[in-house]
Ligand binder design. Structure first.
Ligand code: KIV
Length: 274
């Protein structure tokens, strides 16, 4: 029996086929209203664990839980019909073994309806990438600056600034691409290294603070909209919504204090009786 599907989402093979082709447009998204606004304009929405910083005011993504990701994943799926939705696997839910990663990723996919998951790490999780990909869970990899390794790196440090670091990072990219990742996020990486990796691997690279030569780009939506008072240096701001929100709230507060709100248009009329 076939069930009619109203709209067709972008698929994992379609993203995979964008290697050396039309750049893949990606943004993070954590909630339904913004998902609806982004949907027609992006190929891929990432429910990133950066929601820990953006939505919850956390310093790092380390405290983010599977439940936090699932709540946001469901909201983004409800708000969108077109873009491919990828949900991040948070710290501690996939590193221990391929089997544990599989179980947690299955929960994410069943409960949210998303089409893929993302996991940080290169060679050290290549086996897990393979295990999941072989069992119906498409994986987007994430290498370079991996925020879940904050405590190991001692901060958020750009990767590959000396050529001596390059071979290990290139090996990471090759390992996850060969293990079956359908795309690889390159974050916070020296530009020539990101460009080199993009030429070397057979799947699309998606850059964030990396290189314009990547096969696609991703930004944290709140950073590019001007909602983050301290955005990373590489972010181009496409709007400045922070002051607009403040002005709107100021105007509302003024109206309330002056008893100008609600105006007549907002008052429910009385029901006629008798
Ligand atoms: O969590 C996130 O938003 C991410 C992107 C920065 C790639 O992983």
């Amino acid at each position: 029996m076939s069930v009619a599907v109203e709209t067709k989402r972008v698929t994992v093979p379609e993203i995979r086929a964008r290697k050396n082709a039309k750049p893949v447009v990606c943004l993070t998204c954590y909630h339904a209203h913004t998902a609806r606004l982004l949907d027609a304009h992006v190929d891929l929405m990432l429910v990133g664990d950066s929601l820990g910083n953006v939505m919850h005011g956390l310093e790092t993504t380390i405290p983010v839980t599977l439940d936090m990701m699932i709540v946001a994943g469901k909201a983004v799926m409800r708000g969108s019909k077109h873009a491919l939705v990828v949900v991040d696997m948070p710290f501690g839910t996939y590193e221990e073994s391929p089997q544990i990663a599989f179980r947690n990723a299955v929960q994410v996919m069943k409960e949210t309806g998303c089409q893929a998951v993302k996991m940080e790490g290169g060679s050290r999780i290549a086996e897990t990438v393979h295990y999941l990909s072989e069992r119906g869970i498409p994986v987007m990899s994430h290498i370079g600056l991996t925020p879940q390794m904050f405590n190991v790196f001692g901060g958020f440090k750009t990767q590959g600034r000396t050529e001596a670091e390059w071979p290990a990072i290139e090996a990471d990219a090759r390992a996850v691409a060969e293990a079956g990742a359908f795309a690889v996020v390159l974050e916070g990486m020296a530009e020539p290294l990101a460009a080199k990796i993009t030429r070397q691997i057979a799947v699309p690279t998606v850059g964030i603070g990396a290189s314009a030569e990547c096969d696609g780009q991703i930004l944290v939506m709140e950073d590019m909209l001007g909602l983050n008072p301290n955005p990373p240096k590489f972010v181009r701001q496409y709007a400045n919504l922070g002051p607009m929100i403040e002005d709107a709230v100021k105007a509302y507060a003024h109206d309330v204090r002056e008893r100008r709100f609600p105006g007549k248009e907002n008052v429910y009329s009385m029901k006629k009786t008798g």
